[in-house]
Each structure stands twice: as structure tokens, then as C-alpha cells.
Design a protein around this ligand. Structure first.
Ligand code: HEM
Length: 119
């Protein structure tokens, strides 16, 4: 299984202040730090998207199938797209406990032999 990264993790690797330059393209994470100087489209094009999703820009640049193959060399993982599990408070917990609405003394138990079988 491929390494999963959070968006916030990728965002930190923006190529600035000596940090690595990571990009997201189609849900995959690429470390293009070593590719910056070699990129035919220039390093600025990559740095502009450092730490961000560059899917649209990548498509817009009309990359060749060779470029798509080349990408694999820089892939380091994928974006963890799983939504965090949201635990909603249940309505039961939010409602008041059911109170005993019977006011006054409960009716005393009827002591009657009728209907009572002792045999
Ligand atoms: C891992 C990511 C990338 C790889 C491996 C890559 C690779 C390449 C390659 C091999 C070329 C030469 C032309 C071709 O074969 O299509 C190219 C050109 C180009 N790339 Fe990228 N690229 C990447 C990301 C990006 C991004 C994010 C942009 C953002 C704008 C971009 C913009 C360009 C442009 C504008 C050209 C055309 C340069 C020209 O023809 O003058 N590339 N890229």
C-alpha cells in the first residue's frame, strides 16, 4: 500500500525556505525537489504549486504521455482522502431523562383474595 499523506502535511512542503517541493496531481503526491532544475516548463511553474494541488495546471500545460510516465519517478504517495469519522451526539443524550409524571401517592395495592389462587 502506498504512503498516505494529509493535505496539511503536503502544504508544508512548499519548496520555500529550503523545504522540499511536493505537488498533488490527481490525488497522488509528488516530490519534485530534484526535478525543479530539469523541468522543461521551468522551476517556477512547479514552485507556484508547491504544497498544493496542481492537477488543473498539469492538464492545462498539455503534458505528453512521456511526461506522465516521468511523473512516476517522483511519486511518493497518495492523498488520504478518507473523511474523518464524525461522531454526532445522539438525540437521546441531548434530551432530558423521562421524569415520573405521577404526582401524589401511588394507589395502594389492593389486597383482595378474589382471583388469588392458593391451591
Ligand atoms: C511531476 C510533475 C511534472 C512532471 C513530471 C512534468 C514534466 C514535464 C515534461 C517532461 C515536459 C516537457 C513536455 C512534455 O513532455 O509534455 C513538461 C513541460 C511543461 N510543464 Fe511540466 N511537469 C510536471 C508538472 C508541471 C506543473 C505542475 C506545471 C504547472 C504549470 C507544469 C507546466 C509545464 C509547462 C508549462 C510545460 C511546457 C514547457 C514548454 O513547452 O515550453 N508542469 N513538463
Amino acid at each position: 500500500m502506498s504512503q498516505l499523506y494529509e493535505l496539511s502535511e503536503v502544504a508544508q512542503q512548499n519548496g520555500k525556505n529550503g523545504k522540499p517541493c511536493w505537488l498533488i496531481i490527481k490525488g497522488n503526491v509528488y516530490d519534485v525537489t530534484k526535478f525543479l532544475a530539469e523541468h522543461p516548463g521551468g522551476s517556477d511553474a512547479l514552485l507556484e504549486y508547491g504544497g498544493k494541488d496542481a492537477t488543473k495546471a498539469f492538464k492545462k500545460a498539455g503534458h505528453s504521455s512521456d511526461a506522465e510516465k516521468d511523473m512516476k519517478n517522483y511519486k511518493i504517495g497518495e492523498i488520504n482522502s478518507a473523511e474523518p469519522i464524525q461522531i454526532q451526539p445522539t438525540s437521546i443524550a441531548a434530551t432530558k431523562p423521562v421524569e415520573n409524571t405521577i404526582s401524589g401517592d401511588p394507589e395502594p395495592a389492593k389486597k383482595s383474595s378474589s382471583g388469588f389462587c392458593c391451591c
